[in-house]
Design a protein around this ligand. Structure first.
Ligand code: SF4
Length: 451
C-alpha cells in the first residue's frame, strides 16, 4: 500500500454526443482513483464554453441541475489530486481562457519539467498568472503564438514544453487530444455507443459509458475532433515511448487496459514472477488490499500456497483528522485495515504489497498481523525498491523520505519487523509488463531520468 504517493490527475474528453457533460461526469467517476481533491467539467454548446469546477469528489461537485447547465455536444473533464496546502480552487481544472481566437479550456495529466523556465520567460514578456499550475503556461503560449489557426497554435505551444503531458483541449467547435513524445501517462481513444468519441486516461471510463476501445493515442500524436468527421491524426513528435511503469504497479484500476495491456493480468504476472524469484515456505498468501490483490493471486497460483483475504479493508473512511501521536496513527491504520484472525492465527503468512514507500504503513500492518497471532510474517513486494522521486506527474515523497533510498533491504526488513522481505527485481518487472527495448520509464526504481 503506497503511502503518500498519488497520481496527480485524470482527464476525459467527449465529442459529438448530446449528453456530453453527463458522459464526462460518469467517466470522471470511473477515474476518481486518480485524484480526489477537485473535479471539473467544461462543455461547449457551439457558441460558448461553460465550466464548473470545485474542490471535492466528482459526486459532490456535480448534481443533475449543474450538469444541465453544462450544455452542448462536447465536454472535457478532470479530477485532480493536489498536495496539502495547495488547495485553491484556481488550481482545479479545466483551465479556461478567452483569447483573440475565442474561448478555450484545457485539462492536463502529467508534469512539465521546464514549467518554471517557460513561466519566467512568459512573465518577463508581461504575462500575468492566476494559478500555480504548469497547465496555465499552455494557455499563455497558445494565446501569444503568432500562428493564425488554433491547431497551429497548439502545435507551436507543445513544442515549447517538456515533460509528461496527456492533454485535452476544447474550443467552441473542436476538441484536441495530445500525448507527449514519451507517452508517460496513458490516454486512450474510444467510440461512444450512439455516435461520437471519447478520450480518457484509462479504459475503465469507457466501460462505464459503454464505449468501445479503438486504440491508445500514440506518443507524440495530436488528434483533432471535428463535427461529423473521423478524428484527424497529426504526428507532432517522433514517438520515443517511456510509459510510466508505476501505472501497472499501483495507479491504474485493475479493470483498465493501459499501454495496450490488462492491468489486472499484468499485476498477476508480477506476482507469479515474484513467487518464482523470491519463494519462501508458508501456510497462506494474503494481499494488502486493494493494491496487493492481483499480485497475491499470482503469487499463490505460482507457488501453490493457498490464497486468503487475511486483511479486510474498510472502504468507508476518508481522511481522518486526528492527533498525530503514535497511538493515534496506529489506530488510523486499524480503522482502514483489520486482520482476519481465524485466517492468520498460528500461520506462516506471506503478505504481498505493491510497493513500500516510507515503510511506516508496512510496519503497522506487520505488527497488526503478529498481534493477530501470525507465527511468521514474510513480506513480498511486487515492484523493486522505490529509491527515487518522480518528476513526471506523480506526487512522491522526497528522496530522504523514501525508505529504500536510505536503507538496505535487510535494514528495511528489520525496521518493518518482518521475518523476511524481498522485492521483485527490475528485470522481472520489465518481463511482466512485456517491455520492448526501453519503452518504459522506471526512474523511481533506478534514478535513470530521461528528461
Ligand atoms: S519516475 Fe516512476 S512514477 Fe514517475 S513516470 Fe517514471 S515510472 Fe512513473
Amino acid at each position: 500500500m503506497l503511502e503518500n504517493v498519488n497520481e496527480k490527475c485524470a482527464v476525459v474528453g467527449i465529442f459529438g454526443h448530446k449528453e456530453a457533460s453527463k458522459l464526462a461526469y460518469f467517466s470522471l467517476h470511473a477515474l476518481q482513483h486518480r485524484g480526489q481533491e477537485a473535479a471539473g467539467i467544461s462543455s461547449s454548446d457551439g457558441e460558448k464554453l461553460h465550466t464548473i469546477k470545485k474542490r471535492g469528489l466528482v459526486m459532490r461537485v456535480f448534481d443533475e441541475a449543474k450538469l444541465n447547465t453544462l450544455s452542448g455536444t462536447s465536454a472535457i473533464g478532470h479530477t485532480r489530486y493536489s498536495t496539502a496546502g495547495d488547495d485553491s480552487i484556481l488550481d482545479a481544472q479545466p483551465v479556461f481562457a478567452r483569447y483573440d481566437l475565442g474561448e478555450m479550456a484545457i485539462v492536463h495529466n502529467g508534469n512539465l519539467t521546464n514549467a518554471e523556465e517557460v513561466r519566467n520567460a512568459l512573465i518577463e514578456k508581461g504575462a500575468i498568472f492566476q494559478t500555480f499550475m504548469d497547465t496555465e503556461n499552455l494557455i499563455h503560449l497558445i494565446a501569444k503564438s503568432e500562428q493564425k489557426k488554433l491547431i497551429d497554435r497548439i502545435i507551436d505551444a507543445v513544442q515549447r514544453i517538456e515533460g509528461a503531458f496527456s492533454l485535452v483541449f476544447l474550443s467552441r467547435t473542436k476538441m484536441f487530444a495530445m500525448r507527449d513524445r514519451h507517452g508517460f501517462r496513458p490516454l486512450s481513444l474510444g467510440r461512444l455507443p450512439n455516435g461520437g468519441y471519447i478520450v480518457a486516461s484509462e479504459t475503465c471510463a469507457f466501460d462505464l459509458v459503454g464505449a468501445e476501445f479503438i486504440r491508445d493515442v500514440a506518443p507524440g500524436e495530436l488528434l483533432i475532433f471535428e463535427k461529423d468527421k473521423t478524428p484527424i491524426s497529426v504526428k507532432v513528435f517522433e514517438p520515443t515511448p517511456k510509459h510510466c511503469i508505476f501505472e501497472y504497479v499501483y495507479f491504474a484500476r485493475p479493470d483498465s487496459k493501459v499501454f495496450g495491456q490488462s492491468v489486472y493480468q499484468t499485476r498477476k504476472d508480477m506476482g507469479k514472477e515474484l513467487a518464482r524469484i523470491k519463494p519462501i515456505e508458508a501456510d497462506v498468501v494474503i494481499p494488502v488490499p486493494d493494491g496487493g490483490v492481483p499480485s497475491a493471486i499470482g503469487y499463490a497460483q505460482e507457488s501453490g500456497i493457498p490464497y486468503e483475504m487475511g486483511i479486510m479493508r474498510n472502504h468507508y473512511i476518508g481522511r481522518t483528522f486526528i492527533e498525530p501521536t503514535q497511538e493515534m496513527r496506529d489506530l488510523k491504520v486499524k480503522m482502514k485495515l483489520s486482520p482476519m484472525t481465524d485466517i492468520i492465527k498460528g500461520k506462516r503468512v506471506i503478505v504481498i504489497d505493491d510497493s513500500i514507500v516510507r515503510g511506516t504503513t508496512s510496519r503497522r500492518i506487520i505488527r497488526m498481523l503478529k498481534e493477530a497471532g501470525a507465527s511468521e510474517v514474510h513480506m513480498r513486494v511486487s515492484s523493486p525498491p522505490t529509491t527515487d522521486p518522480c518528476f513526471y506527474g506523480v506526487d512522491t515523497p522526497n528522496k530522504e523520505n523514501l525508505i529504500a533510498a536510505n536503507m538496505s533491504t535487510q535494514e528495511i526488513c528489520d525496521y518493518i519487523e518482518a521475518d523476511s522481505l524481498a522485492y521483485l527485481d527490475e528485470a522481472s518487472l520489465l518481463r511482466s509488463v512485456n517491455a520492448e527495448g526501453d519503452n518504459y520509464c522506471t526512474a523511481c526504481f533506478t534514478g535513470k531520468y530521461i528528461i
